[in-house]
Design a protein around this ligand. Structure first.
Ligand code: PMP
Length: 363
């Protein structure tokens, strides 16, 4: 019949399903399903937004100079190597649109972030999923083994979502060293600030020294600004130039530019968020393991909890039980992890509540 049809491949894409926001029947809801910050944004964000002489009739600065300058000051980078986006999601998509032609291949890890596969397919390219090591960490040899002359992009989330696993710098370097020069290594560092060793600095060095490495970052996690949608990437000028040709002209909105610039300058707030996470990640893991459940060791602001397949004690059962009490966690069956729930490290009240509810669930 005479009907519009999406281009080939689009209907094979499984749409991204965001973490649930609500729980039915609970008086109070604790959303622990999308790795948002329980501290929220820096108070400097509200101040900056209030002080801003906003004329919302005008387009924002299409190059987001204010925000790029603030980011470059915070990290000692050249603003010409930075591009901002409507969330880092947008930048991941932009890299796919810019570098992948139909028939090209994009490589990502088995339990990696789902947006890679979606955007590779949306570009008409071939998604190549690479098996992880048994402990759910990315496997460099497997990744290198999957690269062909059609490979244009390799995505590595480090720390990875939803597993919380981390590849040490030595392994990331080995991965880069094994890639042909025409392949871009995309280091997705959405959770970089939570890594205590903070060796994402090494990722910055890797970008600085090479024309084929990109690092993507976000304001959605440590900066508590998921609602404003702000991400950025650090890359060689040639990559920034190519992506600028494809990017939407005003992709970062005026409020996001102001808010992001204020947030990145508040080092004390960032430190508070890191410290809160470190304390509560440890406590949650300890409590959950004491119940006899296993967790995947995480360096992020979330943790993967594995459930047995005994009747009434599965991940699906736990999800329902916790949800009814207002604790909304994330099912990760879509990531090939049907036995697990991912829990964002929340406020003290939320974390203690989940621990209590899980105890009664397991009893
Ligand atoms: N990368 C990873 C690994 C993530 O977990 C997320 C958030 N779910 C993103 C990128 C996207 O973040 P945003 O678009 O909010 O910047």
């Amino acid at each position: 019949t005479d009907m519009p049809r999406p281009k080939p491949g689009v209907m094979d894409i499984a749409a991204y399903v965001p973490g649930r926001e609500t729980a039915h029947g609970a008086a109070k809801v604790y959303k622990l399903s999308s790795n948002e910050s329980p501290l929220g944004p820096s108070p400097k964000v509200a101040e900056a937004l209030a002080a801003r002489n906003a004329n919302l009739a005008l387009y924002p600065d299409g190059s987001a100079h204010l925000l790029r300058d603030a980011i470059s000051r915070a990290y000692g980078l050249n603003p010409g190597n930075i591009m901002c986006g409507n969330g880092s999601d947008e930048l991941l998509g932009l890299l796919c649109q810019t570098y992948l032609a139909p028939g090209d291949e994009g490589v990502f890890t088995q339990h990696g972030f789902l947006v890679y596969k979606i955007q590779i397919m949306a570009a008409g390219a071939v998604p190549v999923s690479v098996p992880d090591t048994d402990d759910l960490t990315a496997n460099v040899d497997n990744i290198l083994g999957a690269v062909t002359e059609r490979t244009k992009l390799v995505f590595l989330a480090n720390p990875n979502n939803p597993t919380g696993t981390y590849l040490p710098v030595s392994e990331v370097r080995r991965l880069h060293a094994g890639l042909p020069g025409h392949v871009i290594l995309v280091l997705d560092a959405a959770y970089a600030e939570y890594v205590r060793r903070n060796d994402y600095e090494a990722g910055v060095e890797l970008v600085s020294a090479n024309a084929n490495v990109v690092m993507t970052r976000t304001f959605s996690k440590i900066h508590g600004l998921a609602g404003l949608r702000i991400g950025w990437m650090y890359a060689h000028e040639a990559i920034i130039d190519a992506c600028n040709r494809v990017r939407g002209p005003f992709n970062v909105n005026a409020l996001a530019i102001t808010a992001g610039a204020a947030a990145i300058g508040d080092r004390a707030h960032i430190d508070r968020a890191v410290e809160h996470n470190e304390i509560w990640l440890g406590r949650v893991v300890e409590a959950v393991e004491a119940m006899g459940l296993s967790v995947t060791p995480s360096v992020g602001n979330f943790v993967l909890i594995h459930f047995p397949d005994t009747p009434c004690k599965t991940a699906a059962d736990a999800d329902e039980y916790l949800g009814a009490r207002g604790y909304v966690l994330r099912r990760v069956a879509g990531y090939g992890l049907p036995d697990a729930l991912r829990m964002t490290i929340g406020s003290e009240e939320a974390n203690l509540g989940v621990i209590d509810a899980l105890k009664s669930f397991m009893a």
